[in-house]
Design a binder for this molecule. Structure first.
Ligand SMILES: [Zn+2]
Length: 419
């Protein structure tokens, strides 16, 4: 019997359950809760923070003092209250910490340094041509160094580096960055090289995290963010957490089949959504075969001119995306779906307008049509903005703290200063 049990334990690795919390972790959790409340609401008095976090008055008093001492909170001028003493509002210090985001495709690397509020301090870029991972590593390290040197930000105040790369599906195809990147331990290798935590997300997840931290997504815990890039993906925010799936491929919605006998896709199927809704599909529709002439700005000009080929693409993209959205609403029952990505906001806005009213779905009875689909973060540099949000998100993510030793160590070491 005993042998049988030990055999079982060898063949079945122990799955992580709900982790317990020791006192030190509880304090970190509470510090994050205060930061989270301020991030969502802007300025709050201590009494308001106490109500928002359901912690005791004394605990909040201690936590606020600690965060203020660490430079993460700033106290404003006391505001006159209806009753009692004027109370000081507290808000997050945008200069309390920084983060670096790197966006990469096969021809360009874009890197930006942002402050804690997501405001860009500096952006730099470098042309590349399908670099190997080793070459990429050198380029990233050099760009991080440049950003820190030019902004004179102390690396001790940087939460980390986020990297956004196109989704894993079809990595060697036209949406990929180059050969050899699959399974290359870029987080570990770059982290060792620059001495900062590094985290990779696909471009859709990274942009969804930016939407959650700095965009309209702040208002919602469960939303989907559809990322229109060279391909098509989505970031899934479920109950305030980004959902990666078992293999990190959750949200690869570009390969939902919306037209059974439709266009052939690299994945081997016909009629995949991204064959209609993507920058690749738009360039194909306007007959732009030369990669060097392709740009989001070119598409914006065509929209302004109401170019028939471009408008034809937009109309068809809206029709197909409406089917995709119907599937997403049926599966996830989200509060809202954002449409964003690499397109200039003007084009995404036009697309969103064409998506309304969406097809009837489970969400129909609960929400007015125009509140189901919203314009999300949409810009050619959206992944870099997203990548820069990634370290901040994980640094202060409450749920994550209880299950990830790495995240909690990172917080205590870098920001809170404890060991
Ligand atoms: Zn496909």
């Amino acid at each position: 019997m005993a042998t049988e049990i030990s055999d079982m334990s060898r063949s079945e690795p122990l799955k992580a359950g709900v982790f317990g919390t020791n006192l030190e972790q509880a304090k970190e959790h509470n510090l994050r809760a205060v930061i989270d409340a301020l991030r969502r609401h802007g300025a709050l008095t201590r009494a308001e923070i106490t109500r928002a976090t359901a912690l005791s008055v004394q605990t909040i008093s201690n936590l606020v003092a600690e965060l203020e001492q660490r430079g993460l909170l700033i106290a404003g001028e006391p505001q006159k209250a209806k009753r009692g003493q004027p109370a000081k509002p507290y808000f997050l210090n945008p200069e309390g910490g920084y983060s670096i985001g790197i966006q990469m495709d096969h021809q360009l690397v874009l890197a930006k340094l942002v402050n804690m509020a997501g405001v860009e301090c500096l952006e730099i870029q470098k042309s590349i041509s399908r670099p190997s991972p080793e070459e990429g590593l050198e380029i990233f390290a050099e760009m991080v160094e440049q950003l820190l040197a030019k902004t004179r930000v102390d690396s001790g105040k940087v939460f980390g580096v986020g990297i956004a790369i196109p989704g894993p599906y079809g990595i060697s195809g036209p949406t990929g960055v180059g050969p050899g990147w699959v399974d290359f331990p870029i987080e570990q290798r770059l982290g060792e090289k620059i001495g900062l935590p590094v985290r990779v997300e696909n471009d859709a997840n990274a942009a969804a995290i930016a939407e959650r931290l700095h965009g309209e997504g702040k208002k919602f815990d469960t939303f989907l963010y559809v990322f229109i890039g060279m391909g098509l993906g989505a970031g899934l925010f479920l109950n305030g957490q980004i959902y990666h799936g078992v293999r990190g491929a959750a949200g690869e919605i570009g390969h939902i089949i919306v037209e059974p006998e439709g266009r052939l896709c690299d994945c081997g199927n016909r009629g995949c959504l991204e064959r209609y809704v993507s920058l690749c599909a738009a360039y194909e529709a306007i007959g732009e075969t030369q990669e060097k002439h392709r740009s989001p700005e070119q598409l914006e000009k065509l929209l302004d001119q109401k170019d028939p080929a471009f408008m034809g693409w937009l109309t068809e993209a809206a029709e197909k995306l409406r089917r995709g959205i119907h599937a997403l609403e049926s599966i996830f029952d989200p509060e809202v779906i954002f449409i964003g990505g690499l397109l200039p906001p003007k084009i995404t806005r036009a697309l969103v307008d064409m998506l309304i009213p969406p097809l009837p779905s489970v969400v129909s009875q609960l929400k007015p049509q125009e509140e189901r689909i919203l314009l999300g973060i949409s810009a050619p540099s959206a992944p870099a903005q997203g990548a820069a949000s990634v370290p901040i998100f994980y640094e202060f993510n409450i749920e994550r703290q209880s299950v990830s030793q790495a995240a909690s160590q990172s917080l205590s070491r870098k920001v809170l200063g404890s060991s």
